[in-house]
Design a protein around this ligand. Structure first.
Ligand code: GDP
Ligand code: CA
Length: 318
């Protein structure tokens, strides 16, 4: 079975771990979000690609969900001693090495997709991890700070400001000019099923779909597309999806996110059991819908979620 998964960071990575357990023989291509990427200290940092790579490769800081296990912060402290920031973005020593290798290879002329493949040679994530694009895309968030409207990088909104002010608009800057990375459209065309894990519908999956050609390829492919709700009981399980959903005029409910994707894009949608009441409205909108436990408490629970998504895809196909 060939499975394509559009993934953000933590939600996507944890789901993928469950999917691999549920379908160990599947051929999985992960289209990773790169709109969260940021340049820091002259280095190209790709938080979502790295979260997937470290999680599936066994190097993730489990409790935190991002960054490396057994991390130290000597480089960051030394930079701070020089007065060189930003100090609000947590880059550990082990993590720095990844960004140095990546930046060095990009500087030598390799596209991000080739660099990602090279990094995965070490981590062996057991999936093919492809960035959504080799081009530069950066999500910016419009906010009002001290009475002035300005745009900040998504990481500044999320990590520095802790999403403490409303997001007035969310723009994946550069997406319109970006091209899907090599292999993305091919993987979609050859897929038996496309899955949207419980990743952020705006800044993760929304950014991937904003690369011209990707949304169209998924909508036009004759293949079941099934998503899992990142919203449970009217709130994100973690993170700021509610803030960025509000910016695009979507309520933070499992039902509203399904309708936001729409029946033109997704064929099936899983909501958590606590959102069982959403099932009829989603079904009425032409999207097959089931309520199942959607909390990724551990890999076994997550594998059951993945199996439920594949079962729903099977029903769509039939
Ligand atoms: P990020 O890039 O690290 O923010 O990760 P993603 O975009 O892949 O996923 C973030 C989304 O995952 C958030 O909107 C969360 O609500 C959702 N999420 C995290 N843990 C769980 C879980 O256990 N169950 C469900 N249903 N959603 C989750
Ligand atoms: Ca992210």
């Amino acid at each position: 079975m060939r499975i394509v998964v559009l993934a953000g960071g933590i939600g996507g990575a944890r789901f993928l771990r469950g999917l691999k357990q549920a379908e160990p023989d599947a051929d999985i291509t992960v289209v990773g979000n790169t709109a969260d990427d940021i340049h820091l200290f002259g280095l190209k940092v790709c938080p979502d690609l790295d979260t997937v790579m470290y999680t599936l490769g066994g190097g993730i800081h489990e409790a935190q969900g991002w960054g490396r296990a057994d991390e130290t912060f000597t480089v960051k402290e030394e930079l701070a001693a020089y007065g060189v920031g930003p100090g609000w973005f947590g880059l550990g020593d082990r993590d720095f090495a990844t960004h140095i290798v990546r930046t060095q290879m990009l500087g030598a002329g390799y596209p991000l997709s080739a660099v990602t493949e090279a990094l995965c040679d070490r981590w062996r994530p057991g999936v093919r991890l492809v960035p959504m694009t080799d081009d530069r895309v950066e999500t910016h968030v419009a906010v009002e700070l001290d009475g002035e409207r300005r745009a900040v990088h998504f990481q500044e909104y999320w990590v520095r400001l802790r999403a403490s002010v409303p997001a007035l608009a969310v723009v994946p800057v550069g997406a319109e000019q970006a091209k899907p990375a090599p292999g993305v459209l091919e993987a979609i065309a050859e897929a038996d099923v496309v899955l949207f894990p419980p990743s952020n519908p705006v800044v993760s999956i929304g950014a991937i779909l904003a690369v011209p050609g990707i949304r169209e390829a998924i909508a036009d492919a004759d293949v079941p597309v099934v998503g899992l709700s990142p919203i449970v009981g009217g709130a994100p399980v973690r993170g700021m999806a509610d803030k960025v959903l509000a910016a695009v005029g979507v309520e933070s409910t499992a039902e509203a996110v399904a309708l936001h994707y729409g029946s033109g894009l997704i064929d099936g949608w899983l909501v958590d059991e606590v959102d069982e009441a959403a099932v009829p409205a989603v079904t009425d909108a032409g999207i097959r819908c089931r309520a199942v436990p959607l909390m990724m408490r551990d890999t076994d629970a997550t594998a059951r979620m993945a199996a439920a998504a594949l079962e729903l895809a099977q029903e769509v196909r039939a």
